[in-house]
Write a protein that binds this ligand. Structure first.
Ligand code: HEC
Ligand code: HEC
Ligand code: HEC
Length: 463
């Protein structure tokens, strides 16, 4: 009996050692479609090699799998890691985009800086899979290279030049048509877009209230209440798509929604076009811009979008600090800014508007809604409501974190009024467990203090 046990133990040990030993000699297979991704710099080519050898097997669709991944039990565990890994971060996709995905790039930087990848279970079987210091440096240098080349870079002072959060530019990049902006401004404030002439866009997105209504749920015509918090229109032009679930592809597309929404403006285009057509002065301005007399929905939406592109709010104290004015933030707020990156917040809340670049869900949605004290319903399904893809359930467009002192209450359900509580919720439910670091109360307070100082200016005037 004892002898059988010893033999069994020996077999287990030999098998357990055999796999990592073979792994040292036989590289993990990487599929051709990964190798054929083009690279645009020598640094990128180096990074592709590293990803191919050490990351791709868990971070791309249909990766090649090593021989032991076909063994029972192992195959289930490995498949789970591959699915979980690829859902969170896709190495092949990031390379195909030449690195131009600020969120995926930030997540890469964070995981490599914290040394959490590859995962521990994998390192047990792959003794040489850890990134060498040279490889680590190459990956981080590539992240910086891509950032330096991206659209709005160049405003931040030296040490902040490649920080994931950047100052807002003074205005949107495209040249804007002044007359069209003026027409859009008038339409944005025009209550005739609602059925009973009581509600304009500005009713729910007031320019004096950070581009929101500061209510949990907005009130539409006849005092009807919505079921999701109104995000700000400020800096919305930076978003990859509009609405929490991204159902509108851009601002013009978005502007067609509220006028017809039964709980918002509850009107119809014939009704709106009829009312505006009777306004000779506005119609004259319209003709000046579009060269035609007849009002059209798409042109109304286009003009409103043009106006919204002017709603960029630069020069917050955080921006001024990033641009080199070290007196713009207190010591605590400046610490909050550094902690914002250290605690992985800047992965999702990245770029100049600090958000709006991806759709994300809590790590464990059930735990998140338990923390909010309620069961989720349809408005909480987010991106799933658009794609019907199960992986998108509970994914929300990441809100931008500017002018938060004015855009309360917070979260898509408007359930939070205390920013420090939100910082804690984010840390506990959105920062991925592997990268989560203990966050002291002082840390949460410093981050909240920094965010409350992130209020900018509109047309040169403080908000
Ligand atoms: C054996 C599988 C495996 C390997 C190999 C692996 N990862 Fe991962 N990776 C995972 C899993 C699983 C997760 C999800 C972790 C979690 O749920 O917190 C993940 C998550 C990530 C994330 C997302 C972090 C975030 O903030 O959302 C990044 C980035 C990442 N990995 C990068 C890498 C890089 C770079 C390498 C190669 C150096 C690598 N991984 C190797 C399995 C792997
Ligand atoms: C009755 C209140 C109400 C009115 C009126 C209203 N909105 Fe909104 N707005 C909302 C709510 C609520 C949302 C979020 C809805 C969602 O995501 O499903 C929203 C979302 C948006 C967004 C998306 C922002 C982002 O970050 O995704 C923009 C832009 C916007 N509205 C602009 C407008 C414009 C332009 C008008 C006028 C044509 C308008 N809104 C009228 C309440 C309103
Ligand atoms: C994985 C992506 C991700 C990470 C990491 C992340 N967030 Fe968020 N953040 C989101 C999403 C998505 C929402 C919207 C969630 C909702 O409304 O249910 C959000 C909402 C917020 C809000 C509310 C904004 C508003 O206007 O309602 C704040 C504040 C915030 N995050 C701060 C932080 C801080 C601080 C950290 C780091 C501790 C952090 N986030 C980490 C994705 C992320």
């Amino acid at each position: 009996m004892k002898r059988t046990l010893t033999v069994a133990a020996a077999v287990v040990i030999i098998l357990a050692l055999a796999i990592p030993l073979i792994n040292l000699l036989v590289p993990v297979p990487v599929p051709d479609q990964f190798h054929s991704i083009p690279t645009s710099s020598s640094l990128m080519a180096q990074v592709k090699e590293i990803f191919g050898a050490k990351c791709a097997m868990c971070h791309m669709e249909n990766p090649g799998v090593p021989f032991y991944a076909r063994l029972p039990v192992a195959s289930t565990l490995i498949e789970r890691d591959v699915r979980a890994g690829t859902a969170m971060w896709n190495a092949a996709e990031l390379l195909r985009k030449g690195g131009r995905d600020p969120v995926a790039l930030g997540k890469l930087e964070q995981s490599v800086e914290l040394g959490t990848m590859p995962i521990f279970q994998y390192l047990l079987l792959h003794w040489n899979a850890r990134l060498t210091p040279q490889e680590r440096a190459a990956v981080l240098a590539w992240v910086q290279e891509v950032r330096t080349q991206s659209l709005f870079r160049g405003l931040a002072a030296g040490q902040w030049a490649t920080f994931p959060v950047q100052p807002l530019p003074p205005r949107w990049v495209e040249p804007l048509d002044e007359r069209k902006v003026e027409l859009g401004r008038r339409l944005y404030h025009d209550k005739r877009l609602s059925t009973d002439d009581t509600i304009s866009c500005a009713s729910c997105h007031e320019l004096t209230k950070g581009g929101t209504d500061q209510r949990r749920f907005s009130l539409g015509v006849r005092n009807q209440e919505g079921d999701i918090n109104a995000p700000t229109v400020f800096n919305a032009v930076f978003n990859i798509a509009q609405f929490w679930d991204g159902r509108a592809k851009d601002l013009a597309d978005q502007a067609g929604g509220p006028p017809l929404n039964p709980v918002e403006m509850a009107s119809s285009w014939p009704e709106i076009l009829g009312k505006l057509g009777k306004d000779a002065e506005l119609t004259a301005l319209y003709r000046e811009v579009y060269g035609v007399e007849a009002w059209e929905p798409l042109k109304i939406q286009d003009a409103i979008a043009e106006f919204e592109k002017t709603l960029v709010t630069p020069d917050s104290p955080v921006d001024r600090y990033l641009k080199g004015d070290t007196t713009a933030l207190t010591e605590q707020e400046a610490r909050g800014l550094r902690l914002f990156k250290e605690h992985s917040c800047a992965t999702c809340h990245t770029g100049e508007s600090m958000g709006g670049q991806s759709f994300e869900k809590p790590h464990d949605p059930a735990a998140f809604f338990a923390a909010l004290g309620r069961a989720p319903g349809k408005p909480d399904y987010g991106r799933f409501n658009v794609t019907s893809n199960e992986a998108d359930r509970f994914k929300m467009k990441v809100p931008n974190l500017r002018n938060l002192a004015l855009t309360f209450p917070y979260l898509h359900d408007g359930s939070q009024t205390n920013l420090k509580d939100v910082v804690r919720l984010m840390h506990d439910h959105f920062v991925p467990p592997l990268n989560r670091r203990p966050m002291s109360d002082a840390d949460a307070e410093a981050i909240a203090a920094m965010l409350l100082k992130n209020t900018g200016t509109l047309d040169g005037k403080p908000l």
